[in-house]
Ligand binder design. Sequence first.
Ligand SMILES: *Cc1c(COP(=O)(O)O)cnc(C)c1O
Length: 439
Amino acid sequence: MTRPGRAGPADMEATVQRIRAAVQAHSRFFEGAIPLIASENLLSPYAKELLISDFHSRYAEGLPGERYYEGNQWVDEVENLCLQLARDLFRCPFADVRPISGTVANLAVLKALTEPGDRVGSNRLADGAHISSASFGAFGLRGVKPVHYAFDPVRMQLDVDATIKILRTERPRLCLFGLSLFLFPFPLKELAPVLQEIGAVGWYDGAHVLGLIGGGEFQDPLHEGMTVLSASTHKTLPGPQHGILLGNTEDPELIHKLQAGAFPGVTSNHHLNAMAALAVSLAEHRAFGEAYARQTVLNARTLGQALSERGFDVLCADEGFTRSHTLAVRVEREGGGEACAQALIRSGIVTNKNLLPGDKSPRHPQGIRLGTPEVTRLGMKEREMVRIAELFDRLLHRGAPPEDVAREARELKSGFTTLQYCFGAGEAAYRYYELVGRN
Ligand SMILES: *Cc1c(COP(=O)(O)O)cnc(C)c1O
């Protein structure tokens, strides 16, 4: 029997070139686009450089100084620095930088602090929770049962009194606070005494808001009664795709459990290149994070106001739209979340459709979610937020052709070519939307 369709080296080289070309086309698209995905951001030049360093090729299982492989001397140096930077930035005694994503960090916490069958407090997906707290996500994988809090969809906020009643009745062992559509800080100070009363551990999922916390905006969960914080490091924290665990605890047993949750619980090697890039990002956040976080939130509130003035139903107008980097817009009148997000991408404006509380069908969300981290990193300020709202209005209310809006979006974007809030971005050769050269 002959093996069918066996490609020769020449075919495969052509395939390699096709892959490179697709990545280049992607980079060119994003270079001319207005990026408004709330969970996305741009990596600084020094951080990005380390992603393709030799750290990528190595293994370092265990903790610095206690590795299983040789050759880790400099990895240990960098990981110790990374841990110190994380503990300093978030003012807490415990950090672990080995989870390779936010979801993996959440799995590490579940592995460390629960047994299958335990009850864990969380929000519903329709109220903005992440899939890791769903039965078909990490919660289901660990076999824990969600206890859902009461949520007020008008204020996009926990209903504190009703939630306290639920906590006292259901007595979950662990309580998770954190959302993917995260507009307002949670009332943690009011809930912390109830957690203590029922003996539950407070767990904050700061995937979306880690960079705001580090920049002194939003809330400071580890100093408002939460014991553990898990997060992604690439959303508002403009770091590499990676995860982190932080803890306001010096209890050696709890620390050991969390560390064992990360390794060997849910990783063997971690991604050393990303860990090194994270160390750079944390140092840059200590230098620039406050100004960046302030501008990110200001931009979100300004964009919310400008869209609202142009007839868009931006949620929580009475609350000032948001206290974070994120906005939720109900686009029922504009044709629904999917139609709007698709019209916007044809105009070079990148968003996502999003479930909103009260949506009748999870398959047909009536909302879109917008975020300002990436445009803020590019140096956009209030004036540009108003221009972006004008593009939305022209496209979705006034019937402007998508090509015209796309041209205006590209023109707006072309004025913002240098990354802000980081070191080394002024270097002329640095093009942050691409890694591979153009040819
Ligand atoms: C994005 C997100 C995560 C998971 O992040 P990944 O790094 O993509 O795995 C976890 N929790 C919340 C609330 C998120 O929004």
